[in-house]
Ligand binder design. Structure first.
Ligand SMILES: CSCCC(=O)C(=O)COP(=O)(O)O
Ligand code: MG
Length: 227
C-alpha cells in the first residue's frame, strides 16, 4: 500500500516549457550581477565549486552552458534559486503547474497520503515555487523536500537515503518522474515508481515501468484518493 508520494517537479508537476522559457531566462538575466557578489557566502561557495570543477573558466560562461544543456549541477541550482527568490516574491514569477496537479495533491493529502518533493532544483527554490502558484501556497501539503544535497537523481543510493529519512518500507513510497533513469534508480532502491508521460513535454516512454499521462491516472492505477 502506498503511504507516501515522492514527486519530481520539471516534467512531472510543472511543464518543461515553464522551466526553460520562463525560469531559466529570468535566472540568466540575474546571474551576471549575482556572480559579482563576493559577500554572500552561498554565492562564494557555489562559485568556488565551479572554479574547482572548471579551473580557468569564467563561472558565468560555465553556468550559461549548463543552462543551455539543462545540466543538473548543484552550484547552478543553488545560484538559480537565489535569483528566483526576487521574482517569486515580487510576483514576476508564478508557478504554472499542470492543471491536474493542485487538485490531486490536495486530494492525496486530505486522504492521508504523505507527500514529499525530490527535485534537482534547490530546496529553497522548490519551496518558492510551490509557495507561489496560481492556486496559492501549496507548501503545507508537503512534509519534506529533497534536492541534490541528498545525491544525484539517477543514483539508487539517493532513494535509499530518502527511504531512511521518511521511515517507511521502500515499496510504500511511490516515486513519480518523467525521466527513465531516475525511475530505474528508485526501482533499484525498491521504491514503487510511475512515469509521467506528459504529451506537452514530449516525454519519451520508458520501457518496463508503469506510466500515466497525469496525476488522476496515477490515482486510478495505484488506488490513491481521487480529486
Ligand atoms: C524548483 S525546481 C526548478 C526547475 C529546475 O531548475 C530543475 O532542475 C528541476 O529539475 P527536476 O529534477 O525537478 O526535473
Ligand atoms: Mg523531471
Amino acid at each position: 500500500m502506498i503511504r507516501l508520494v515522492l514527486l519530481d517537479i520539471e516534467g512531472t508537476t510543472l511543464p518543461i516549457s515553464f522551466v526553460r522559457d520562463v525560469m531559466f531566462p529570468y535566472a540568466a538575466k540575474a546571474l551576471p550581477a549575482l556572480l559579482q557578489d563576493h559577500t554572500n557566502p552561498t554565492v562564494v561557495a557555489a562559485r568556488a565549486d565551479i572554479v574547482v570543477e572548471y579551473p580557468g573558466q569564467d563561472p558565468l560562461k560555465v553556468c550559461q552552458d549548463w543552462m543551455k544543456a539543462d545540466v543538473k549541477a548543484a552550484p547552478l541550482k543553488t545560484l538559480q534559486g537565489l535569483t528566483w527568490r526576487q521574482g517569486f516574491e515580487d510576483g514576476t514569477l508564478q508557478a504554472d503547474l499542470y492543471p491536474d496537479v493542485p487538485p490531486a495533491l490536495k486530494a492525496w493529502s486530505k486522504g492521508g497520503l504523505r507527500l514529499a518533493v525530490y527535485s534537482s532544483g534547490s530546496i529553497p527554490s522548490q519551496k518558492l515555487l510551490y509557495g507561489h502558484t496560481a492556486q496559492g501556497d501549496l507548501t503545507p501539503l508537503f512534509e519534506d523536500f529533497f534536492d541534490l544535497s541528498t545525491g544525484g537523481k539517477k543514483d539508487a543510493e539517493s532513494y535509499e537515503k530518502i527511504t531512511a529519512a521518511v521511515g517507511l518500507p521502500a515499496d510504500e513510497i511511490l516515486f513519480l518522474s518523467d525521466i527513465g533513469a531516475e525511475l530505474d534508480a528508485a526501482r533499484t532502491a525498491a521504491m514503487s515508481v510511475c512515469q509521467l508521460v506528459r504529451e506537452q513535454d514530449g516525454t519519451i516512454p520508458h520501457p518496463g515501468v508503469a506510466q500515466a499521462p497525469d496525476l488522476n491516472a496515477v490515482s486510478s492505477q495505484f488506488g490513491l484518493p481521487v480529486a
